[in-house]
Design a binder for this molecule. Structure first.
Ligand code: FAD
Length: 319
């Protein structure tokens, strides 16, 4: 007998998007809520002005598992992803990094700019409260709650219902400061991308976002990622200060030839998983509660997809 008819999914990153799509495809009534302005989570593209935009989170994704290989092939066929010739086997969302998540959540009930601040559970199911104290959908009950926020945020949210998933405490994330920088004239970076090998160095990654398919070729749009060590040391610094520091580092890296017309720094507090749970997902059928995300299998888009899919399959096996 089916007991799970309605599911609330917190988070519309890759894990939440595929979980919601898979459940909706099986006829479950799904509501997705995300605090961001758009879906996609860390698969994110920030527009600074006009055509000038940067993928300041995930840079590309690879596909090894046959299920994700098939998903990526479908996205390519639908025009929401393309290979990035920077390296064989690298893909990006087109025209933005979030395009695959947008495709997955198309036609679903999705509330963006909606921060869930409290969750409650009683004998009739789960209820959610969002920022401002508003009950979601007039206090509607959900048979199951799936949380796909980064593990520390998920744990805090579940604590509001007096519930804990102890595995969440094992997950560790490195932060990452990202610098988005527009440059006039020919690119100061000879390669499409550069990846550092010294973990103590300030800059770990530098790429020309404008070389990705579906992006304007000009101006040169550089994305720099600071190393985990450097990002930890500067975690609580103000963005303008970090921007100045990282800009100097990037200028040093490219030989001082930077003519920046725009520069913005963005802090990812939970960027890259350092320690994952090591299970595809968490599911507590007795209370209809699940967790998925890159905290389960590792810090990659593919791992987030496989985790979200695994959780949806577990829910359906109990439905
Ligand atoms: C700087 C950086 C570089 C990276 N580079 C790569 C790369 O090159 N290749 C690769 O494969 N991966 C990369 N990653 C990792 C990849 O982006 C993630 O593994 C993947 O996108 C995680 O997806 P997710 O669904 O688990 O989590 P997220 O994408 O973080 O989704 C979680 C969602 O939950 C929402 N949320 C959280 N709390 C609440 C709340 N209370 N209420 C409502 N919504 C909430 C958030 O807004 C977010 O949208 C990178 C990540 C970063 C940050």
């Amino acid at each position: 007998m089916s007991t799970i008819h309605s599911v609330a999914v917190i988070g519309a990153g890759m894990a939440g998007a595929i979980a919601a799509r898979h459940l909706a495809g099986a006829g479950v009534n799904v509501l997705v809520l995300d605090k961001g302005r758009t879906v996609g989570g860390r698969m994110s593209t920030r527009r600074l002005s006009g055509d000038l935009s940067f993928d300041h989170g995930a840079q590309y994704f690879t596909a090894r598992d046959p299920r994700f290989v098939a998903a990526v092939a479908a996205w390519v066929a639908d025009g929401v992803a393309e290979p990035w010739p920077a390296e064989p086997g690298w893909f990006v969302g087109t025209p933005t990094m979030r395009a695959p998540a947008e495709a997955l959540t198309r036609d679903l009930d999705v509330l963006t700019r909606c921060t869930v601040t409290q969750v409650h559970r009683d004998s009739e199911g789960w209820r959610l409260t969002v920022a401002g104290g508003e009950p979601v959908a007039g206090g509607r009950r959900f048979d199951a709650l799936l949380v796909t926020a980064p593990a520390p945020q998920a744990a805090l949210l579940l604590a509001t219902a007096g519930v804990s998933l102890p595995e969440l405490d094992r997950v560790r994330y490195a932060p990452c400061w990202a610098l988005m920088l527009a440059h006039d004239g020919p690119s100061p970076l000879a390669q499409t991308f550069w990846r550092g090998s010294d973990p103590a160095a300030p800059v770990a990654w530098l790429a020309q976002n404008n070389t990705k398919p579906g992006r304007p070729a000009r101006p040169v749009a550089l994305v720099a990622h600071a190393s985990p060590d450097w990002s930890r040391r500067h975690l609580e610094d103000e963005a303008p200060h970090v921007e100045a520091l990282l800009r100097a580092e990037v200028a040093g890296h490219v030989g001082g030839a930077l003519q920046a017309t725009a520069a913005v720094a963005h802090r990812w507090r939970y960027a890259l998983v350092e320690t994952a749970i090591g299970e595809p997902c968490l599911w507590r059928p007795e209370i209809g509660l699940g967790f998925a995300g890159d905290g389960c299998l590792g810090g990659r888009v593919e791992a987030a997809y496989l985790s979200g899919l695994a959780l949806a399959e577990r829910v359906l096996s109990d439905a």
